[in-house]
Design a protein around this ligand. Sequence first.
Ligand code: BGC
Length: 889
Amino acid sequence: MTTVSKLQANYLDRVVGLTETPQFSWAIETPFRNCRQTQYQIQIADNPSFKAPLFDTGMVESDQSAHIKVQQFLPEEGSTYWARVRVVTDSAGEGIATSPFSDCVTILGGLKNPALLKDSFITAETEDDRTSSKGTYLRKVITLEKEITSAVVFSTAQGVYQLHLNGKRVSSDELAPGWTSYDHRLLYQSYDVTEMLKTGENVLGAHLGSLWYKGTLSFLMIHNFYGDYASLSLRLVVQYADGSKETFTTDESWRGSYSPILNAQLYDGESYDASLEQDGWNQVGFDDKTWRKATRTACTAKYIEAQEGSPVTLHEVISPTLAFTTQKGERVIDFGQNMSALPEIRGQGKAGETIVLRCFEVLDKDGNVYTENIRRAEQRITYVLKDDKPFVYRPHFTFFGFRFIHVESFAGRADLDNFKAYVIHSDMQPTGRFSCSNPDLNQLQHNILWGLKSNFVDVPTDCPQRDERLGWTGDAQIFCQTASYNVNTYTFFKKWLRDLALDQTKEGGVPHVVPDVLYKYPFDNWLLNKGTHSATAWADAAIINPWVLYLTFGDTAILKTQYQSMKGWIDFMQKHAENNIWNYKLQFGDWVALDAEEGSYFGATPNDLTCTAYYAYSTNLFVKVARILGKEDVAKQYEDLYKKIVKTFQKTFFAEDGSMTAQTQTAHILALHFNLAPEQFVGKTVENLKKLLAKHGGHLVTGFVGTPYFCHALSSNGCLDEAYALLLKDDFPSWLYQIKKGATTVWEHWDGIKPDGSMWSPNMNSFNHYAYGAIGEWLYRVVGGLDIDEKAPGYKHAIIAPRIGGNLGWVEAAYQSVYGEVGVRWQRDDKTHAVTLRVTIPANTTASIRLMDGATLIDADTLEFVQRNDFLEAQAGSGVYTIRYKLAR
Ligand code: BGC
């Protein structure tokens, strides 16, 4: 039977705070091949039984099953809607069939006028608390006289908050409202609280902390970056059975107090005195006479907007694997996994006893606690016991990047049972799977995924542990495609890209970090004195990230939304380029490449070259974007520019004999991967890259710019064996070297831990940086062979072209696209060179299946393969196919 699964609105199962028409997509499940949708019907109702639907499209003739808007439908403030879909399909074997209606997706209407929230911020903090990062409580008793039919609360904070109603947390969100460019905008959350309210007295309570808003931020150790008071603003809208409505807001009638949190900060952790707990503070009957009146405080953001999805939440609960005492006598708990998490501690002791813990990533050479690399981040938990009863405590307004806990003091001897770790990150659906016969590569995939989880805590960050944790644009750019294979990144990056656009300079320059926290105050920093925005490969996130989302989801909406931002960035480069060579103030270049001079972070590839290469690449992407959006004039204009940049690049960075002026791996990689080498010199460039690889014994010495594309540059230019050899190297420096050294997340430096066990300088040595995990894209795209067709993106038409190689006996890769799962499994017999290739193509999509160069078919299933250049290719409709063929060697 044909059914509809995975109906989503705006790429989410539940979308909240919506004021615009949602956009629907769904997958079709069927055992029959060549399944095409011919019609669909969407219904939207204000009840889950779909009695008298509000909207019914009727059967619409269309093969479109993604990006569909029901134009007439606009969600109303605070109303919940249910939407469902059914489809008519035509498949081989089944013919025309009508599916039953799908499961529902729900939509909660957002605030009509979110600006109202700007006027009702209240705080429990006093003047003296301006620079403190204590926790505070706010509470208010409200009386509901009538029978309630529904209630929704729209709330936000300057700082972070947890909302309570009648003694219970209103949601499982952590660190709400998340981190946006607070000067510009703040997100509000929308919670349906119908079930939590009762007729009579109810208590609204909020626990607030300072975190990004007013706590210490960035390695510049800036306090109060955005404002001085942690504050709350909310609107509770209650709908009564008699049809009337009542709205409650935050005002001076609320009461406030300090909470037991003495200090909670991004880098320092949390200090909590349980003796200051006030039982029942968030419930009816609590005496708040000693509390002070809340005071109003200004909203420092210009706009308040809805958070639609991807809130930060808790995920896996990890139990420690080992408790031990180091040579130096330090008590250490090992969780076996580097991660972003909140440790939970439980125990029993005496009143007043203090527990002190520090979270850290790695042990030193001798197996002792090593915290130098987390720099000025304390990552400390201090907990004071209130009595001799058993306690359980988990920090509230911080998070930690760690694998180990150093127990500096505890109530008794700390052991495994005393600890758990709650993994924390933005809530995004997993979309990708990659596994293969090589356990080291599987560990690499694992490390990439854990790097992603650790660094997607509302903002794509460089690292989750040291005094940084910033939205470095370069890291986010490099890793975007890999991330987008592994999880559904749409809402997450859409949010971040809006902040990027808002943070651009008037001229279109793009900050090094988004939210931009490097521009505001006069500071003296050896590096940033040179510039705080517009570095190549970093700023190009403005173009590359929306482009990756477009390819992954096939949705032009993101291109439309980001269009001005993209154009702004290209125009900025053009304005500051000289004779088509682009370079500007502070450049990070091929950051942390191994061909840097001793002690330097800057790789050997000259900035003129990397900058101009990216200038060309991004301009070319922008031309495509303009064309997709129907702006042919713009496309033509920038196409001319693109051609000029390419010409200049070729003239400047290639000598007459076809050799490159910069003899670095990265220079050659960029020239090849960005198609910048003159046609007649492509072969020579490839040969020279191979030489540069051989010069280092087949090892890479590349940094942030060259590394992500190294394997592509080889495999797209006839050097698949070399690409696999590079991937599978496991001595220093390589991806798998880290694995051999026990890494559980991807390192910032190839030489984070050197072969002799010593460490790279503690100044900059994260063991949880996702950037080099960008190789994940090559695993999915080339090893697994799941490629996107630019002409029909979002996997509407996929290109399935697994490149079999290395020592791999089998590979399994799958991606949960908006249309359903597209997957590959290949297995090869080493002796006979026979390959069995199983391909899954989701209903309502098609794919081109490409075999390896020179292959001979054994069994084509039902497909018809034709010779195209060096390879055989078949066009396939949806279904599962098993093809057998023999490799040329
Ligand atoms: C970060 C990097 C970032 C870089 C800029 C570092 O401190 O951790 O990942 O991109 O600065 O060069």
